[in-house]
Design a protein around this ligand. Structure first.
Ligand code: NAD
Length: 258
C-alpha cells in the first residue's frame, strides 16, 4: 500500500519537464495518486503525461496514467472544466497543488500595469481561481499546497521583480486565511518557499559570476532541484503532515534563515 493510493491530485503548471510542477506530479504519481496535469497547452500537457508514464514505467513504478488538460489559471471557467473532467475520470479530488507561476525581472519603476496584472493574475489570482473551482468538490480532509517563494520573505532580488515578490507574499497570506476557513472540513492548506531551484524559469538567467555569488549565500553549497521541492510537497500532501496547516516550509539550502 502506497502513501497516496486512491487519492486524486490536480497540479497546475506541471507540463515543463524541467519544472517544479512536473517533479511534484512525478512524486505524487509514484506515491500512488492519480494526477491531473494542467498547463497552458494541450500538447505540452499530453507530452508531460506521456513522459511521466514512460519514466515511471521505465523504473518499474506502478502508477495511474495521468490526465492531461490545458487551462490558463487566470480563467476560472477553464479550471471548473478541468475539475469536472478530473471528477469524471477519477471520481474524486483530494489534493490541489497551485504551482503555475511567472517571474519577470524588473525594478519598481519599470513595472508596467500589464506586468503587474500578468504577475498577480497568474501567481495569486490563479491560486484563488483553482481553489474556488475545486473547493465544492474537494474531499473533506483534502490538502492544498501552494508554491510561494523565498522572494516573498527577503524582498525579491533574485529573478522575479518586486511584483513577483508581492504576488508570492499574497500567496502566503491567502493560504493562511484558507487554512483558517477550511480547517473545520479537515482541509489543510500549506505553502513551500523554494529558494533558487534550477528549472526552465531560471536555467539561463544567471551568469557564472552571479551563480558564484548566489552559491556563496547558500550554506548547503548547491542550488535546489525540482525534486527537493517535490519531496516536501509530497509530505504536505500526505497523512504524515496531518497536523500541519497554515504553515510554510522553506526549501532554500539555508539561504534565508530566520
Ligand atoms: P517553470 O517555468 O518551469 O514552470 C511554471 C509552469 O507554469 C510552466 O510549465 C508554465 O507553462 C506554467 N504556467 C505559466 N503561466 C500559466 C498560466 N497562466 N496557466 C497555467 N500554467 C501556467 O518554473 P518553475 O521554476 O518550475 O516554477 C514553478 C513555481 O515555483 C512557480 O510558481 C514559481 O514562481 C515557483 N518558484 C520557483 C523558484 C525557482 O527558483 N525556480 C523559486 C521559488 C518559487
Amino acid at each position: 500500500m502506497k502513501q497516496l493510493d486512491g487519492q486524486v491530485a490536480l497540479i497546475t503548471g506541471a507540463a515543463h519537464p524541467a519544472g517544479i510542477g512536473f517533479a511534484i506530479a512525478r512524486a505524487l504519481l509514484a506515491a500512488g495518486a492519480a494526477v491531473t496535469i494542467v498547463d497552458l497547452g494541450q500538447d505540452a500537457c499530453e507530452a508531460a503525461a506521456d513522459r511521466l508514464s514512460s519514466a515511471l514505467a521505465g523504473e518499474g513504478t506502478e502508477h495511474v496514467a495521468p490526465l492531461a488538460l490545458a487551462a490558463d489559471v487566470r480563467d476560472r471557467d477553464a479550471l471548473e472544466r478541468v475539475v469536472a473532467a478530473t471528477l469524471a475520470r477519477f471520481g474524486r479530488l483530494d489534493i490541489l497543488v497551485s504551482n503555475a507561476g511567472i517571474a519577470q525581472p524588473r525594478k519598481v519603476m519599470d513595472i508596467s500595469a500589464d506586468d503587474w496584472s500578468a504577475t498577480l493574475d497568474v501567481n495569486l489570482r490563479g491560486m484563488l481561481n483553482l481553489t474556488q473551482a475545486a473547493l465544492p468538490h474537494l474531499s473533506d480532509g483534502g490538502r492544498i499546497v501552494a508554491i510561494a517563494s523565498i522572494a516573498a520573505q527577503r524582498g525579491g532580488g533574485l529573478l522575479g521583480g518586486p511584483h513577483y515578490a508581492a504576488s508570492k507574499g499574497g500567496v502566503l497570506s491567502l493560504a493562511k486565511s484558507m487554512a483558517r476557513e477550511f480547517g473545520p472540513r479537515g482541509i489543510r492548506v500549506n505553502c513551500v518557499n523554494p529558494g533558487v531551484i534550477i528549472t526552465g524559469m531560471n536555467a539561463t538567467a544567471f551568469d557564472e559570476a552571479t551563480k558564484r555569488r548566489l552559491l556563496d549565500q547558500i550554506p548547503l553549497g548547491r542550488f535546489g532541484t525540482p525534486k527537493d521541492v517535490a519531496d516536501v510537497c509530497l509530505f504536505l500532501a500526505s497523512p504524515q503532515s496531518g497536523y500541519l496547516t497554515g504553515t510554510a516550509i522553506d526549501i532554500n539550502g539555508g539561504m534565508h534563515i530566520h
